[in-house]
Write a protein that binds this ligand. Structure first.
Ligand SMILES: NC(=O)c1ccc[n+]([C@@H]2O[C@H](COP(=O)([O-])OP(=O)(O)OC[C@H]3O[C@@H](n4cnc5c(N)ncnc54)[C@H](O)[C@@H]3O)[C@@H](O)[C@H]2O)c1
Length: 308
């Protein structure tokens, strides 16, 4: 897939998923701006990418603060000549200050820790880049969300989940507002990733068909597609349906050791059927013959509903 030299801002890209995305986009020739609240982490990530031959710059700032993030991104836009791709990745799922606690027991002073980065951060960064993207007639906004934002889970992450759901829903509305300008907005909803401590994952990993957790490269594979020219039609379904990318039974054979997609359950969800199918076709050649095309999950029939 060919891509013009573009510039991507990836928030929270100093480590783990964000760094995986930054490495991948940089290897494709995209200039990457590494944002992180941790300045040393942002600098180290940018230096690593530059030493590997990529174009990168570190942009350490706190995305939760509107009065800091908006001017910081405006200055970056002036410096690089416009941000074409925004990956809203920063979050605090694994931050040491966060802990899993039932909503009834959580002090209100802790809400902001989750709402700040997972919702306000997305509002700030998206706001900062959207006008420029619309003026230039091309843009990609991709927000990294979580299964906690799609479903109620019994793991005591209510406020985090609420913030993720808010950010995902922002994308669905923004996608409709900016689509006519050639700008798309999408959500990638992650399941358990490989930076989660083993004590939490050892049981769950057995339920994953590929028997492994997702990685930064897996996230990067989805960002790769959604940020490309090929994804110019991909935006969330307006009825807010999400579709997990289904894995065909021979997925491991097809993907070999470089498996890039996590399966449906602990998952990777692209919020549009057409985008999901196009992604599988583009990346893995699925759909070239009808027998190998993955079947999309059937929607359950409501009791009493008449099938058309
Ligand atoms: N790891 C998982 O299992 C998992 C599961 C579902 C969703 N997610 C989501 O995926 C994304 C990436 O997850 P991860 O595990 O790589 O996260 P991580 O905690 O390892 O890294 C997040 C990065 O964001 C930075 N950051 C935090 N607050 C910031 C702020 N205010 N401004 C700028 N940078 C800030 C941190 O310094 C850190 O480097 C997050 O949005 C997370 O919620 C992760």
């Amino acid at each position: 897939m060919s891509q013009k030299q573009r510039t991507a801002l990836i928030t929270g890209a100093g480590q783990n998923m964000g760094l995986g995305v930054a490495r991948h986009l940089a290897a494709k020739g995209i200039q990457v701006i590494i944002n992180d609240i941790d300045a040393a982490r942002a600098a180290a990530a940018a230096a690593e990418i530059i030493s590997a031959g990529g174009k990168a710059l570190a942009a350490p700032f706190d995305i939760t603060k509107t009065d800091i993030a908006l001017p910081a991104i405006a200055a970056l836009e002036a410096e690089v000549g416009g941000i074409d791709i925004l990956v809203n990745n920063a979050g605090n799922a694994g931050h040491k200050a966060t802990h899993q606690i039932a909503f009834k027991d959580m002090p209100p002073e802790e809400w902001d820790m989750y709402i700040g980065v997972n919702l306000y951060g997305v509002l700030n960064c998206t706001k900062a880049v959207l006008n420029g993207m619309c003026e230039r007639g091309w843009g990609r906004v991709i927000t990294i969300s979580s299964e906690a934002g799609r479903a109620g889970l019994d793991i005591n992450v209510s406020v985090y989940g609420a913030a993720k759901a808010g950010a995902a829903h922002l994308m669905r509305h923004v996608a409709r507002e900016v689509g006519p300008y050639g700008v798309t907005a999408n959500v990638i909803s992650l399941g358990l990733m490989d930076n989660v401590p083993e004590e939490f994952t050892s049981r769950i990993v057995k339920t994953i068909p590929m028997r492994r957790l997702g990685s930064g490269e897996d996230v990067a594979a989805a960002v790769d597609y959604l940020s490309s020219d090929a994804a110019s039609w991909g935006s969330p379904d307006r009825r807010c349906r999400s579709t997990a990318v289904p894995m065909p039974s021979d997925a491991s054979e097809r993907l070999g050791s470089s498996a890039q997609l996590s399966p449906q359950q602990v998952c990777f969800v692209v919020e549009d059927v057409s985008a999901a199918v196009a992604f599988c076709e583009e990346r893995f050649g699925w759909g070239r013959s009808t027998s190998s095309r993955p079947r999309l999950p059937r929607r359950p029939t409501r009791p009493g509903a008449v099938r058309s």
